[in-house]
Ligand binder design. Structure first.
Ligand SMILES: [Zn+2]
Ligand SMILES: [Zn+2]
Length: 378
């Protein structure tokens, strides 16, 4: 990288945070006594700041996955400034470009330029100008526009507030600065950056192989649920990243809780039948690839079977999804009971057929792939 391309403002701040954290945090831990309660405060601040990025900068502002009350937005923007990741507006501008141009040279943090480029080196390069047409909604939002206008001042001021408040409470401004600012920033920066690096590098791709994004449980535990990145890049507007009940996605839980408290609305979810079809398509691609490695006669037989079963499953999924919509409509219109019973029976029959076909599909997947991505039928 030539010096004309160096991002002096961002690069200097990041270097200063890194150097001072690497030197001062270990020095403090070895030579000083930690005020009691400071680690608990650090944990709380890490959770709050990380969630402001995942639930706020990412799912609320970049993807418009839900809407929330201005008070929650103000809290998100305060914590977002405290996280020193720029304004929500410029963060979203970069992130929307990342999704739109993923893995190409127009993707600001493309993993194709290497792990470390995606992780942090991209920020040391001169940043592209913000494209107003891609973040017009955030320029129109007075809260995000204000935060963007005073971004540097707010990042500094929120961190000074933390040092002054907790420095006074713990009777050590130095401890507050080193542990609650430097250690926190070091940790939250790298865990957020893992989403651009590790989550495009190490994991499985059940939903799509058209991009480098992967699903990884370990990354999810570190990133408050953002590790189900393969799903996220395939259904980016969904407020969830981990869609199964057992997948660790505390950001999803927070948004859901806000919704239950009446503080969030318009939660967007991908249609579950569309998700099933996506998984089916990926398995079909894998099976057909595998079939090509078989001898000619066997290959044709497997290919025929895979294609016909996949077509039947897709057809059944479409029918069941349509029938469910019709049933909902009938209920809404208070249709006669007989019509509702009829629709319910059809759905029941379709579910049964679908279950049988999925069973067959699982068998084929297990035989040829040793695994498959299809979820159980609900
Ligand atoms: Zn990504
Ligand atoms: Zn995203």
């Amino acid at each position: 990288m030539v010096w004309e391309e160096f991002n002096w403002k961002g690069g200097t701040v990041l270097t200063a945070i890194h150097l001072s954290s690497i030197i001062l945090v270990p020095w403090f831990l070895v030579t000083q006594l930690l005020p009691s309660g400071i680690l608990l405060t650090l944990s709380f601040l890490i959770c709050a700041c990380s969630l402001s990025i995942t639930a706020g900068y990412h799912r609320l502002y970049s993807h418009k996955s839900y809407k929330t009350h201005p008070i929650i937005e103000t809290i998100i923007l305060f914590l977002g400034s405290l996280s020193v990741q720029g304004s929500a507006l410029e963060w979203s501008d970069n992130h929307r470009a990342h999704h739109r141009y993923v893995d190409t040279e127009k993707d600001p943090y493309t993993v194709k330029d290497g792990f470390w480029h995606a992780h942090m080196l991209w920020m040391f390069k001169k940043q592209k100008e913000i494209d107003p047409s891609t973040v017009q909604d955030l320029f129109n939002n007075p809260l995000t526009a204000f935060q963007h206008k005073h971004s540097v001042l707010l990042m500094a001021a929120t961190n000074v507030i933390i040092v002054l408040t907790f420095g006074y409470l713990f009777s050590s401004y130095l401890a507050a600065f080193i542990i609650l600012v430097l250690a926190r920033l070091f940790f939250t920066h790298h865990t957020t950056w893992f989403i651009n690096s590790l989550a495009h590098y190490w994991g499985s791709q059940p939903y799509s192989k058209e991009h480098t994004a992967v699903n990884n449980f370990i990354i999810s535990t570190l990133t408050f649920g953002e590790g189900y990145h393969n799903f996220h890049h395939t259904f980016e507007y969904d407020y969830r990243n981990g869609i199964r009940w057992y997948q660790w996605d505390p950001t999803k839980m927070l948004i859901w809780t806000l919704h239950k408290l009446g503080l969030a609305s318009n939660l967007r979810r991908a249609d579950r039948w569309a998700i099933k079809k996506r998984l089916l398509l990926e398995d079909k691609k894998l099976l057909l690839e595998k079939a090509k490695t078989l001898e000619q006669s066997r290959w044709e037989e497997v290919e025929k079977k895979v294609c016909s079963l996949a077509d039947r499953l897709t057809e059944n999924i479409n029918s069941i999804s349509e029938k469910l919509k019709t049933y909902k409509q009938l209920k809404k219109q208070h249709a006669p009971k007989s019509e509702k019973v009829q629709a319910k029976l059809q759905i029941k029959w379709l579910r049964k057929t679908l279950k049988q076909d999925y069973h067959q599909w699982s068998k084929i997947c297990n035989t040829f792939l040793n695994s498959h991505h299809l979820p159980p039928i609900q």
